[in-house]
Write a protein that binds this ligand. Sequence first.
Ligand code: HEM
Length: 586
Amino acid sequence: MAVRIPSISFYLAATEHSVPETIVCLLGCSLIALLIRWALLPKPLPGIPYNKEALNRVSGDVPELKASSGVRAFMRAQFLKHNSPIVQVFMSPISKPWVLIGDFREAHDIATSRSNEFDKSKLTSDSFKGIVPQSFVSYKADHPVYKHSKDLLRDLMTPSFFRNVSAPETYRNILFLVELWEVKLQLGGDRAFGAARDFYKAILDVFMGVTFDRLSTDTLITRQIENLRHQLGRGGFPSSTNQQEPVMFEDLPLPSDLEAVVYLVESINVGFQSPVPRISHWLYLHKPHSLQMTRLKRALIRKKVQEGIARLGRVGEKEPTLISALDAMLLREKASAEKVGIEPDFYGEAIHDELFTFIAGGHDNSASLCTWWVKFMTRYQSTQAQLRQSLRSAHSTAVSERRLPTVYEILDTRVHFLDAVIDETIRCSHIVPVTAREALVDTQILGRSIPKGTHVYLLSNGPSFLLPALDVDERLRTETARATKKRYGVWDPLTIAEFMPERWLKFDGDELVYNPLAGPQMAFGDGPRGCFGRKMVYLEMRIVMTLLTWSFEFLELGEDLNTFETTESSTENPQDCNIKLRKINY
Ligand code: HEM
């Protein structure tokens, strides 16, 4: 007898039928349930290791992920578990397995030399689409929006923009931070205090200045200084009885429009953490509070664009008018509209979204990097002393004139040890240790078949970066990956996990010079979809590290005040960032 597929009404009425019919109906239902379960169970790609238990669960690897300390730690652990630089995990029913790569040369090759086979993953671009649907970050490279939007940002990573806008604005705001910490020293004496929030605000000031209107003296940090000075004038700060605990200084709330900006930036994380990013993000952004935040953010950007357009009208007059990223974007929009004979769309979504992307992409990551840096300086005292010594030798005029190096001295002076500390901080803080790609065609990685549409994650917190490299059969690599063997060094497996800036230096004759190819580094992703702001990060860090190391000693702290535990959000941040300062009288 042929098995009939029962309808729901038939099932509900089953009790009124004869016993054999009921049995047939139940068998049919069970069969359907089994078929559905089978369809939802993970289907591994041949030849790539995976967790066997995950195959028997519709939820795949999710229970194991939930028991771990976060998705990035879970991913990293898989390489060691399977002793393989390529593994697969099952993160959502029906969808294809995710393939994880824990090998620098293979990851670098996929990102840089195979862009016709791999582009930005749809899951990542979908996480941005809810918030910046017209930004280039939300599209694959062959989409028309990608080209037009990226064109708007073309000037922002050029040497002239750095010299005229980003560097002076970073310098100016970090000087405010120095001033704030001097006031905190006066108020709190030699006690430790938390620095994460100060970095968060100072770097937000930098990004608001570079993006919109440089040279403002009404910043988050200057308001903080004013507030603490007021307390100083009233006779100081009510100190806690426990002198060992960090001082808790009052932290002024952000103005509502900036609160809206950071709220919306952080909302991107909702998409990142969901197997269906667009739906989750859409639901989140349509909550009443999110709608209110969106209104505030849009009003802020509109007002800034209005001011920018007014400045644009003055281009050509004597005063230098091109002061920010916004100005550069407006000029680009004007030029491209003129080229095709249409009116420029200054208030359009493209400019709005790229302005927001510039802040969203840069602020949180850069602030997080600063917090990691002071933690390393506090823990590794001899490295801090060596950095200070290198800076003082390089800026001898500033030493003899008993002043800080100027912004242009910092830009124009090569300090090899400073560059080494920057790269080692970036390597060890693994702020964004995952680069996501999607296979555009059926292809192969290390000899294994990768079907079109597979999400491939390149991890920079695991083997060959921060854990000893795993064996790879060279014959399985592509020709381009084989060719990189001579170009890059490898990290010594015995010290790979340690913070050791010297690893970035090599002898050139008698001189130790910075070598960016000393070993694996992929903290900014790589290739055409690599981090847009990478050069700006090195520039900012040169300024931050020089000014702060010149102005303060970061004194040693007990392990309890300087732990290296992390919290995962869109970036990987330290759980604590306490500092104890001594002012340097230069
Ligand atoms: C410590 C600081 C930073 C880190 C660790 C970092 C890391 C990353 C990583 C890992 C990616 C993905 C790259 C890939 O898929 O290959 C990325 C992309 C991106 N970053 Fe950064 N970033 C930092 C700072 C910045 C800054 C300062 C800006 C802007 C001023 C920025 C803007 C962007 C943008 C727009 C993208 C998307 C690129 C695309 O879709 O093609 N980032 N970043």
